[in-house]
Design a protein around this ligand. Structure first.
Ligand code: ZN
Length: 509
């Protein structure tokens, strides 16, 4: 099996770390014939979800054509700004190009910051049958049974699910959605805090779309392990956070000099119904769709929406864009550590021969000569050894930062195990209002919770009441504690999560 798996090089990492440059340099190095392997030349395949869009080169940070040095770049600049293009389509397109590239005896180099695209390309998907057809869906036997025993008010909610989580933001509506999910699929409901409406709603919509309970889909997927599609040499290009932040900040300043605002204007014109002035109300682009997700578009919305914006508004927009960029970089690292590395390690552990997905961190913290040594030369040497099927160095031996960043806590990667590892439970002591139960994740968080001040105070109070001591009515807040709020998963937490993989996208072969 190993011998027939064809090679692929993948370059991941945060935005602004020099991935495109490394890809081009590696491709150039591969253009020289080698005596130890048959490959010659390389083709670069874009794996950045924003760079698939035509034009808008500044806001999407495309490498200028003058720097491509004649290396062919595929899947770049071919979609219109309003179009949707999702992971399943990209994986199919990329696989086609990889086939072509191999048939020319060239090496495909996949490069981009959208690591989950790369991950779905490296590993064949568990979710092949997961296509959601919202047209005609028949409920599975077990879902039909659960639906038939729903109280009518919950059935009504199921039949009229809100489109977006923001439509059910008030606590009673949010709790009701969670109650509905608990009635239909208690295993999955236990995974989400009732306030995490986005996740709760998504589970419900998956159920409605597929006619099956998410926990059933996950149990099935757990039986088929995801397997590597290619023998992939994966590079994680990394820069220390303070250095990266500096580079990202100055890149935002550069982008503004290079015409960022003109690009945002043209995106706004596309998003604005023709003839209307481009005021905040008329420009209706959905920030969660296509290129409108580019960092900068949303941040400059307020500034661009007033006729004579002040310098202050401009400075605020710049600051917001910088902080959004930093947060994005943080999420990217979080994905690599929490999702990609566990998948890579699981595949490498299963292989009894050579690991199919050797993964290296290259330290791009310092530029200049150091970059030549730590990134380029090292990357080239590893690439040549990989293509020649030679012995490869231990990834953690390359540098301190490599050892640190490539070492992760062992985490379950099997979807069913992941699902059951992060159950939430209601704390009966802290729940003083049944309409707003306090939920805590079982395990470490629960243990922490039990030692928290809020919880201990309420335990003591309960004991006093039980022992008959009269107590003054409490004056402090009795709803959800601050700690509870803190524990709310953020929109983009990078934790390994089987449910996150249930995507509403075309099937991946
Ligand atoms: Zn408690």
């Amino acid at each position: 099996m190993m011998a027939t798996m064809r090679p692929l090089i993948a370059i991941c990492g945060t935005t602004g770390v020099g991935k495109s440059k490394l890809a081009i340099e590696l491709a150039l190095a591969l253009s020289h014939p080698s005596s130890s392997h048959p490959w010659r030349g390389a083709r670069i395949i874009n794996a950045d979800a924003m760079q698939v869009y035509a034009g808008m080169d500044v806001i999407t940070n495309k490498v200028p054509e003058s720097e491509m040095q004649g290396i062919e770049h595929s899947l770049m600049s071919f979609k219109k700004p309003g179009e949707q293009y999702v992971v399943g389509q990209w994986v199919q397109d990329a696989m086609k190009i990889i086939d072509e590239t191999h048939s020319r005896n060239q090496i495909p180099i996949v490069v981009g910051g959208t690591s989950y695209w790369i991950q779905h390309l490296m590993f064949s998907d568990r979710l092949a049958s997961d296509e959601v057809d919202l047209g005609s869906v028949t409920a599975s036997e077990s879902l039909a049974k659960s639906l038939s025993s729903l109280p009518s008010e919950l059935l009504e909610i199921y039949n009229t699910l809100p489109e977006h989580a923001s439509d059910a933001l008030d606590p009673p509506a949010a709790l009701q959605l969670h109650t509905l999910l608990s009635a239909l699929d208690p295993t999955v409901a236990a995974r989400w805090h009732w306030r995490d409406t986005r996740k709760v709603l998504r589970s419900l919509r998956i159920m409605k779309g597929t006619g099956r309970k998410p926990s059933e889909i996950i149990a099935e997927q757990s039986e088929t392990l995801s397997s590597p599609r290619y023998r992939t040499l994966c590079f994680w290009l990394y820069a220390d956070t303070p250095v990266l932040h500096q580079r990202l900040n100055s890149r935002v300043d550069d982008m503004i000099k290079q015409g960022l605002l003109d690009e945002i204007s043209s995106l706004r014109r596309i998003a604005c119904p023709s003839g209307l002035p481009e005021t905040a109300d008329n420009v209706t682009a959905d920030y969660t769709l296509g290129i409108y997700q580019s960092i900068g578009y949303k941040e400059f919305h307020g500034y661009m929406s007033v006729p004579q914006p002040s310098k202050k508004l401009f400075d605020e927009a710049v600051d917001q864009m910088k902080s959004s960029t930093r947060r994005y970089a943080k999420r990217q690292v979080s994905w690599l550590r929490n999702k990609l590395l566990p998948a890579v390690y699981a595949a490498n552990t299963e292989a009894n021969n050579k690991p199919p997905t050797p993964t290296y961190l290259l330290d791009a913290t310092e530029l200049g000569d150091k970059w030549e040594n730590n990134v380029l030369d090292l990357g080239e040497r590893i690439t040549q050894a990989f293509l020649s099927q030679d012995e490869l160095p231990d990834p953690k031996s390359l540098s301190d930062v490599a050892r640190q960043m490539l070492t992760i806590e062992a985490k379950p990667t099997n979807p069913a195990a992941v699902l059951n590892s992060r159950r939430k439970a209601i704390c009966p002591v802290c729940t003083v209002d049944d309409a707003q139960p306090v939920m805590i994740e079982e395990g470490r968080e629960w243990d922490l919770h039990e030692t928290s001040r809020t919880h201990k105070k309420l335990v003591a109070r309960a004991q006093r009441i039980a022992s008959g001591v009269q107590w003054q009515p409490r004056r402090e807040k009795t709803t959800v504690s601050d700690e509870d709020e803190d524990r709310m998963p953020s929109e983009t937490d990078g934790l390994t999560d089987a449910l996150d993989n249930l995507r509403l996208s075309p099937p991946i072969p």
